[in-house]
Write a protein that binds this ligand. Structure first.
Ligand code: PMP
Length: 311
């Protein structure tokens, strides 16, 4: 149960960022009439920061790409963004400086809650950032099932927007998975093909190459997948984005989940179909960790140092 140890919501940090500054975590409130609550209108990004091996520098993974995805989600949902990337990075750094400890990495949730507005009139959102400790170390293989719940469609609840509303289906899939004894679930799209996990992208290995569904199959545009693609290109490993049938996934050689929190997590089983867990994806998981901890550099996917240790 790789996720359980780092369940961020079980932590209560001392402070968070809201209304333009650092506030006590417990004091931050949202009004009951905010569109964030009445119409489920909030968008977010989960960013992860990693210490290097010496514990000397703490760096965020691709924060500018997260900012750009947040801007795309905001444009799609007609939420004005009134701050630039420098402000976004500064706010993340400020919060991290309060909450960082040497023994843990950090996951930051940067959420735009729509606090003013009515059916699109006078929409105003507040950037609220919370951050939670993440255990270091590579995730353990997981056991998955295929959920009876499906990803929304582009024309109803666009999956490209990282909006909180999209996660109500993911939540139902997790509940279903818990009842069936699985660590996480695979969500299919409305056509019955593979989309993604509840909070991560999915990939498989077939004939020595990595395959993952494109975003148009009902997935969030995953930044972790982009980094893994960069590693594959660097190392001469075939990497393809194409639709995957459920039946093709079940008989793949290897399977994995990829996401900011999951890193690259090997999957040992889906609905009783087993996979190799010490193969290509395990190698890629090590390479991924090397990039995160700055033993290797991928130019297109910068790690941005935002704190240094006092040691
Ligand atoms: N799909 C969903 C539903 C997610 O919540 C996430 C995590 N953000 C992903 C895919 C993977 O995206 P990323 O690699 O950018 O974290």
């Amino acid at each position: 149960m790789a996720h359980k140890a780092s369940l961020s919501q079980l932590q209560t940090p001392s402070v968070a960022y809201a209304d333009g500054g650092i506030q006590p975590y417990a004091d931050i409130k949202i009004h009951i009439s905010a569109e964030a609550l009445t119409r489920g209108l909030s968008i977010f990004e989960g960013l992860k920061g990693y210490w290097d091996d010496d514990g000397a520098e703490f760096a965020l993974r691709v924060p500018e790409l997260h900012y750009r995805r947040l801007c795309r989600s905001a444009r799609l949902l007609e939420i004005p963004i009134e701050f630039d990337y420098a402000h976004y990075l500064g706010a993340c750094s400020e919060l991290a400086s309060h909450l960082l400890v040497p023994e843990a990495d950090l996951w930051l949730r940067t959420t735009l809650y729509v606090i003013d507005g009515h059916w699109g009139e006078g929409t105003r959102a507040d950037l609220i950032i919370t951050a939670f400790k993440q255990t270091k170390g590579r995730p353990e293989p997981m056991r998955l099932g295929v959920s009876t719940w499906r990803r929304s469609e582009d024309v109803s609840l666009p999956y490209r927007a990282k909006s909180t509303a999209n996660y109500s289906v993911a939540r139902l899939a997790r509940i279903e998975g818990n009842r069936r004894g699985y660590d996480d679930m695979v969500l299919l799209n409305s056509a019955g093909r593979v989309a993604e996990g509840t909070g991560s992208a999915i990939l498989m290995v077939r004939d020595g190459g990595v395959v993952t569904p494109p975003a148009s199959e009902g997935t969030l545009e995953s930044l972790t997948i982009d980094v893994i693609e960069g590693i594959c290109r660097r190392d001469g490993i075939a990497f393809e984005r194409r639709p995957i049938d459920r039946s093709e996934l079940l008989v793949a050689d290897e399977c994995g989940l990829a996401g900011t929190i999951s890193d690259l997590t090997p999957v040992a089983e889906i609905d009783g179909f087993g996979f190799e867990v010490n193969g290509l994806l395990a190698e890629l998981a090590k390479e991924y960790e090397s990039v995160m901890r700055r033993r290797a550099v991928l130019e297109a996917f910068p790690m941005v140092t935002i704190a240094t240790s006092m040691r």
